[in-house]
Design a protein. Structure first.
Length: 271
């Protein structure tokens, strides 16, 4: 079956900056991203309009002096590294991830300073760490370029999952090590933490990742943290007997995330 290409008149209108319907722009830009023939046709359409090459040249003349020399293997290696990292995370998110890690680590210091008969405080907040790390990695308040990224053809669940993986790799190791130091074994909170993260991602397809994280945090505080602080007893939801329930929650959330994965492209610009 032959590849379907963008009509020439539509390419000309797109190149000229005509006001096209939003759904047409989405399909057209996604197609241009993977079709070299249509990109070549786009170049022809640009060259056919005498005003567009002049505009491109004026923009290039303006920004070229600010781009630096751009020579040498070291510069090229740094440029490739930045491009690779940009596909997974953005530098602006790293301070927020550090703040996310600081919360459970502060709980660890409090536990080490005055251990009591209650369950370790870190055990109560550790399941929230990966979820909050995911929340700060995909929202318009922590990423200055979020609005630009969210409207690109490559945005959507794939990019969200990439940033989720980075957030988990950054937050889980230090929290796990801190848990081992104060008796909050990762075996007790890791699966609940992953379940909360999966629920946030699934709900984030409808209400936004940040709003979903806030909701899960409130529910966790009411269902686990406050009762534990009041009763000074091990939380039932972190008991090993609750493992099958958390596994079921994780699988259901992943299934819902897979089913509604396209909503991240529809909702991304407003989150």
């Amino acid at each position: 079956m032959s590849e379907i290409h963008v009509p020439e008149d539509l390419l000309t209108r797109y190149a000229a900056g005509d006001d096209l319907p939003e759904e047409t722009l989405w399909v057209l830009e996604a197609h241009l991203d993977r079709c070299p023939d249509c990109r070549a046709g786009m170049a022809v359409a640009i060259e056919a309009d005498p005003a567009l090459p002049a505009l491109v040249e004026s923009v290039r003349a303006t920004i070229e002096p600010r781009l630096g020399p751009g020579h040498g293997r070291l510069w090229q290696a740094r440029h490739r590294l930045r491009r690779t990292l940009a596909r997974w995370a953005v530098p602006a998110v790293l301070p927020w991830l550090a703040m996310t890690i600081a919360v459970p680590l502060a709980a660890t210091l409090l536990e080490a300073a005055g251990p009591g008969v209650m369950p370790p405080l870190l055990l109560l907040v550790a399941p929230l760490a990966p979820m909050l790390g995911v929340a700060v990695s995909w929202n318009r308040w922590t990423d200055p370029a979020h609005a630009l990224v969210a409207v690109t053809p490559q945005a959507g669940l794939t990019l969200v999952l990439r940033r989720t993986l980075v957030a988990l790799l950054v937050t889980l190791p230090p929290v796990a090590l801190a848990g081992l130091a104060v008796g909050a074994s990762p075996a007790r909170w890791l699966l609940p933490g992953l379940a909360c993260t999966a629920v946030v991602l699934a709900a984030g397809a409808f209400v936004g990742v940040t709003q979903a994280a806030i909701g899960v945090t409130v529910l966790w505080s009411l269902a686990v943290v406050l009762p534990t602080l009041v009763n000074s007893a091990d939380p039932v939801l972190l008991d090993p007997a609750a493992t099958p329930g958390w596994l079921a929650v994780t699988l259901l959330a992943v299934a819902a995330l897979t089913r509604f994965r396209n909503r991240f492209q529809l909702e991304g610009t407003s989150r």
